[in-house]
Design a protein around this ligand. Structure first.
Ligand SMILES: *Cc1c(COP(=O)(O)O)cnc(C)c1O
Length: 362
């Protein structure tokens, strides 16, 4: 049935006018590409007890889940050695980023971020009415701490750093992040988006570091996700670690029941099986090294990646190179006029990328 149109006078909020669309340049999730290397997903769903955990959760599916995700928050507080009032969970870390920004910013406020970075940032900033202040990286495509500090003006409420950075894969080391945290005034919120941290640091460090930082920097919020190294992108589980006052504000801007029961069960099963993450991280390191070396040997520019993807800053060649990969049934992410991001997947994925790249250099 054809439904009626809203009145001609009806219009959405003006905040929507200037928003870029999410997934711009995404090379087809609907077309069945043989190699899906456009979204930085894990190449496997492996992990002990996952299916059983989800099935068991289905037994209670007629009941509402935890009001604030308390069961998962408690498990995460154990993992990271901090109070469970320092943990908020939601259906993806992008949702928590949106909550943090809405909790921290009023229209006209500024969010300082190194750029090029994650394409969700301008959308989330725009929805809150805040302005994204984009700070150029250094020559190696890495965030520039001095330039970030210089961009923190009187309207700045948030400094947002993606580390390792999507899509360049580059990362600031531990000391650089600590130095930055030490110099940003305490009345500004610093958000560290650590979606890829598992690929970049030792597992014990990944677990212990947030508590150590939060003890010294109460204006910090750390974002983590189960979507990447934990292999649960489809379950939509992310979390935020911060001081209880910040967590309370994050929860105040969101409706209750942030996570479906089966997603909580899948995340708990993943937490109980850290070996699956370690194996994934190990396989990723091997494929990332092979992909980087192979592409560089062909004369392509490749940034130094610490994530599960590589960045090719090919400028105007981004679109034709993306189309070339698509013809080889390889989906990659195109950043028009800037570069191409390729997720590292299975050995067969790497072989396919390198074969297509060889044909491109021809
Ligand atoms: C993939 C990704 C996320 C994860 O988002 P979820 O909503 O948890 O799936 C967050 N930040 C960055 C930079 C990412 O690339």
């Amino acid at each position: 049935m054809k439904i009626a149109r809203p009145a001609a006078e009806w219009r959405p909020s003006r905040r929507l006018d200037a928003l870029p669309g999410y997934g711009r340049g995404r090379a087809g999730q609907t077309i069945p590409f043989r190699h899906r290397l456009g979204s930085n997903e894990a190449p496997d769903a492996g992990g002990a007890g996952r299916a059983e955990a989800a099935l068991q959760a289905a037994d209670a599916i007629h009941r509402y889940p935890d009001l604030r995700g308390e069961t998962l928050a408690a498990a995460l507080s154990q993992r990271h050695g901090i109070g469970s009032d320092c943990v908020a969970v939601a259906a993806g870390s992008v949702v928590l980023l949106d909550q943090l920004i809405r909790a921290a910013c009023d229209p006209g406020d500024e969010i300082v971020t190194p750029w090029r970075s994650y394409e969700a940032y301008p959308i989330i900033a725009g929805l809150s009415g805040a302005r994204l202040v984009e700070v150029p990286p250094d020559a190696a495509h890495t965030a520039d701490p001095a330039a970030i500090l210089a961009a923190v003006g009187s309207r700045c409420r948030v400094v947002l750093v993606c580390n390792p950075n999507n899509p360049t894969g580059t990362a600031l080391d531990d000391d650089a992040i600590d130095g930055l945290l030490g110099r940003i005034p305490g009345d500004r919120l610093v958000i560290l988006d650590e979606a890829y941290v598992d690929y970049a640091a030792d597992a014990a460090e990944v677990a212990a570091r947030p508590a150590r930082r939060l003890a010294r920097h109460p204006n910090l919020a750390v974002l983590r996700t189960f979507s990447k190294a934990w292999g649960l992108a489809g379950a939509r589980v992310g979390y935020c670690l911060a001081a209880p006052q910040i967590i309370a504000a994050v929860q105040a801007v969101a409706p209750p029941f942030p996570l479906p029961g089966p997603s909580v069960a899948l995340a708990l099963a993943a937490l109980a099986d850290p070996g699956a993450v370690a194996a994934r991280v190990g396989r990723n390191a091997a494929e990332r090294a092979r992909m980087t070396a192979g592409l560089e040997a062909l004369g392509l520019p490749v940034a130094r990646s610490r994530g599960n993807f590589v960045w090719l800053p090919v400028g105007a060649d981004a679109r034709p190179l993306t189309d070339h990969f698509a013809r080889a049934s390889i989906a990659v992410r195109c950043f028009e006029g800037e570069g191409v991001r390729i997720t590292t997947g299975t050995p067969a994925d790497t072989d396919a990328v390198l074969a297509a790249a060889r044909a491109w250099r021809g």
